[in-house]
Design a protein around this ligand. Structure first.
Ligand SMILES: [Zn+2]
Length: 234
């Protein structure tokens, strides 16, 4: 085999792994964004539960104040009962007291409902806080794992890229230019084996003459269909 072709096979292999590593590295930002999104979603649910709790507490306090004021009014009417002089006045006061007590009932009910809401929302908040804590530690571990993987892949990439450059720069300029043009079209598969008379890149059947040319080639045989550089693989 032409030693330059042997070298190009190695370079192509390195390029293929470099493309793979790059594709893997490109996935990490999305993974990290997914973690941030999950954090933000839970934080949003917690914030909305907390504001729901504050609203329920405010409703309950308001109802309690209303009940207190209305009870004071009932007490005032009851005080007036001893001073009334006519049955008509008495009936009017009794009617007033009845109406105020109705309002007290309404506010009592509203206060109880708000209290129930406070209890439900408080339980939700406790659950969400537990989930947020678990998620935070899970995500921290995941971010650390990703950071380690990124470092490893970057290091691997640098090592391979350096080796690739050293090997590549030893080749004749013409061959380098040809390889780069093909690699641009077919990243990582510019150099492919011929198997059973087929191009290992485009799977096109090669004429027998081409196959024997590849087998015996001291130069560079290329696929007539895709123009990839061919080598013979047993
Ligand atoms: Zn081909």
């Amino acid at each position: 085999m032409n030693p330059n072709i042997a070298e190009l096979i190695e370079i192509c292999e390195l390029d293929r792994s470099l493309y793979e590593i790059r594709a893997q590295l490109e996935k990490y930002p999305q993974l990290l964004a997914g973690l941030d999104e999950a954090d933000a979603k839970l934080a949003g649910a917690l914030a909305s539960a907390r504001s729901g709790l504050a609203a329920a507490t405010e409703s309950r306090r308001k109802a309690e104040l209303e009940v207190r004021d209305l009870r004071a009014r009932v007490a005032k009417f009851e005080g007036q009962q001893s001073q009334v002089k006519t049955n008509k006045e008495m009936s009017a006061i009794i009617e007033e007291i009845r109406l105020v007590r109705e309002h007290i009932d309404e506010h009592d009910t509203a206060g109880l409902e708000a209290l129930e809401a406070e209890e439900t929302i408080s339980a939700d908040i406790a659950r969400l806080e537990g989930e947020a804590e678990a998620l935070a530690s899970e995500n921290k571990a995941e971010r650390e794992r990703i950071a380690i993987q990124i470092d490893e892949k970057e290091e691997n990439r640098e090592g391979r890229a350096e080796e690739r450059e050293v090997r590549f720069n030893r080749l004749p300029l013409e061959l380098r230019e040809m390889y780069e043009l093909i690699d641009e079209r077919f990243p990582g598969t510019a150099v492919v084996p011929v198997r059973d008379g087929f191009c290992g890149g485009c799977n096109m059947s090669l004429v027998a003459k081409k196959t024997s040319e590849v087998r015996s080639s001291e130069g560079q045989a290329r696929c007539e269909n895709c123009s990839r550089i061919l080598y013979f693989a047993d």
